[in-house]
Ligand binder design. Structure first.
Ligand code: ADP
Length: 267
């Protein structure tokens, strides 16, 4: 409720964070965490901004691996709170993954415990001065999203970026996600279509991997009156960099996917 003292505490605690962006998807596996990690690098590297990632995908935290911070099982505690872990490009990262007993440990928590952890990530983490805090969420609309909405009541969220693939099965859930945001008053910054195409490394021909029976994300955006931010091709090197925690934009600057990422950030 609005009487929760944590709401004012969060607003106070993160008052030095200029922009807060939530990254959403309807389904899992569409590239939400991949996009979050790469967006952080693009912003940190090109625009020289201070970036933080708050990974609230409590049951499936993939940000530590993607940011090259896997195996970091300790979060340093100082007088001013928990210190986020710094990745390459100085991105500040906080994730439940840092607190588990290893990569295979399962988190079996009910809603209140997840909400409690998110509150801790907001009230007890010393985020410091950030230009952008990117919040990576689980797919769908669940406890984690409601907790974010609740705790950010007084700390303004700039909006949500929604990730999807061109498939209708993913778009169906994205429409729900967009309606959820409209209902709870989160601004939609736009939709990114991931894995739109694949350029064959041998013949250089671009193929659409998924058949977009309803015209894909751009058509859906027009129908739902939300901005379309652009599309990101499928690139096996991006998948490999994500698995290995490498900075894709630095290791493969020649990839068309890097140009797409830059374009999306500009829009
Ligand atoms: P989500 O966060 O939506 O569950 P992930 O970001 O974990 O999805 O991505 C799922 C898998 O797909 C990961 O193995 C990731 O490396 C891969 N992947 C995502 N986007 C791309 C892309 N554009 N090109 C190649 N692989 C990708």
């Amino acid at each position: 409720s609005t009487d929760d003292p944590a709401v004012a505490e969060v607003a106070e605690r993160i008052s030095c964070i200029r922009h807060k962006i939530v990254i959403l998807s309807g389904k899992g596996g569409v590239g939400k965490s991949t996009f979050t990690a790469q967006l952080a690098h693009v912003l940190a590297q090109n625009e020289n901004k201070q970036i933080g990632i708050m990974d609230v995908d409590i049951c499936g935290p993939s940000i530590p691996v993607m940011m090259g911070l896997d195996g970091h099982q300790v979060v340093h505690q100082s007088a001013s709170g928990w210190s986020p872990v710094l990745s390459e490009n100085n991105v500040s990262v906080m994730s439940i993954g840092f607190m588990l007993d290893g990569p295979d440990a399962a988190v079996i928590w009910r809603g209140p415990k997840k909400t409690g952890m998110i509150k801790k990530f907001l009230c007890e983490v010393d985020w410091g001065d950030l230009d952008y805090l990117l919040i990576d969420t689980p797919p769908g609309t669940s406890d984690e999203h409601l907790a974010i909405v609740q705790y950010f009541k007084e700390a303004h969220i700039d909006g949500a970026v929604v990730i999807t693939t061109p498939q209708e099965i993913s778009l169906v859930d994205v429409r729900k996600e967009i309606n959820f945001c409209k209902k709870i008053g989160i601004n939609i910054l736009g939709v990114v279509e991931n894995m739109s195409s694949f350029v064959c490394p041998k013949c250089r021909k671009s193929s659409e991997i998924f058949h977009a029976s309803t015209g894909g994300a751009s058509v859906m955006c027009k129908e739902m009156n939300v901005p379309f931010l652009g599309s990101l091709p499928f690139d096996p090197k991006l998948a490999q960099c994500s698995d290995e925690g490498q900075v894709f934009i630095s290791s493969h600057p020649e990839s068309p996917a890097v140009a797409s990422l830059q374009q999306i950030v500009l829009s």
